[in-house]
Design a protein around this ligand. Sequence first.
Ligand SMILES: Cc1cc2nc3c(=O)[nH]c(=O)nc-3n(C[C@H](O)[C@H](O)[C@H](O)COP(=O)(O)OP(=O)(O)OC[C@H]3O[C@@H](n4cnc5c(N)ncnc54)[C@H](O)[C@@H]3O)c2cc1C
Length: 384
Amino acid sequence: MTDEWYMLSDEERLFCDVLGRLCAERIATKAAATDEASTFVHEQIAVLAEAGMLGANLPEAYGGSSISATALLRAVAIVAGACGSTASALTAHYLATDSILIGGTEAQKQKWLPKAATGEALGSFALTEPTAGSDPADMKTRARRTSAGWHVKGTKCFISNGGVADFILLYAVTDPEKGHRGISTFILPKGTPGLEAGAAERTMGLKGGHVFTLNIDCELPSDALLGEEGKGFRTAMQVLDNGRIEVAAQCLGMAETAMQAAIAYAKERVIGGQPLSDRQGIRWMIADMGLAYRSALLVAQDAARQRDLAHAGGGRFSLAASMAKLHASEAAGRIADIALQLHGGYGYTRDFPIERINRDLRIMRIYEGSSEIQRIIISGHMLN
Ligand SMILES: Cc1cc2nc3c(=O)[nH]c(=O)nc-3n(C[C@H](O)[C@H](O)[C@H](O)COP(=O)(O)OP(=O)(O)OC[C@H]3O[C@@H](n4cnc5c(N)ncnc54)[C@H](O)[C@@H]3O)c2cc1C
């Protein structure tokens, strides 16, 4: 096989190699037990902090690793290949820190990003509401100015890390007359009076990456407003451009693990005196997985390259990010399904990781903009 990551620098390669070893030894080994017990991935996040992953999306000036978006794609895939729950909690943290990086003042960046990069503070990104998921501009959470700052009231749901995070990036309406231009972002530190998280949702997969409903009825100081008033929706959309490539990375990592497990199983499993891998029908399944993986990888790498170029020049890369997310999430779903099929009945048991990977992957076609929403974004670009 050719080197699929030939474009990484020597330093980035070393970063990924060290990360790969840590993930194999200290994260992949816990994935099944974490899933069974539904315990939050605190220890795994601490391992990633040691590896420099909690700031891998940030510039060095704020304690980050300053790796390229392509290296970040590879790094997040490595984490997801070891444990989907850990990758999901990690990328939710990136949504929070990217919000500050994109929308925050210099003082807010200096206050929050260095401790987020070391793992001292875990972040969470609260956009979705019970009646505003696919259409977040229709959010109802309201922030009103007071003499002391802001009063924010509303409900957010499905918020990854929400109940365990040290800080939450909360999106709320500050001016209902202005539609999406009337949305602003606020930073809520853990323990803010009036911020209440319910119990973690009982989800199909990603059982170690907890999601929460947040009930908010809080008085906040003036400097809780992130950057400028009215810029929240734009910030959220820019954050999601990054986030969608990170979802693609999660999909690639889990798909790679599923595919490798299926190939190893096909070589070992002997049916009627012949290894499965000698059967033509099985080889076709392996070829289909390889093609789906490779094409999703190339589209995601293209999006990551565009992210690097856009960051250098200040542009956007929404179309490429949507395509990467849509393609990788759908390809990974197909790959994991074929990999399970190839395992036969054993693939349906919890004795093999393929069962968990199928469950962990399902949400990738829903969160950070469902497949339907990505198609709306892509066709919108094509029709304009
Ligand atoms: C495990 C998990 C983690 C999450 N983490 C976070 C997080 O950290 N932060 C956060 O803010 N949110 C988070 N979410 C929320 C997630 O982003 C939303 O669930 C998602 O955006 C879909 O919104 P919804 O659930 O309200 O579905 P709905 O918007 O109600 O959509 C229902 C269905 O209708 C389809 N649909 C909607 N509009 C259209 C349309 N115009 N045309 C065609 N089809 C359409 C959708 O694709 C979907 O299939 C998380 C969710 C889960 C389950």
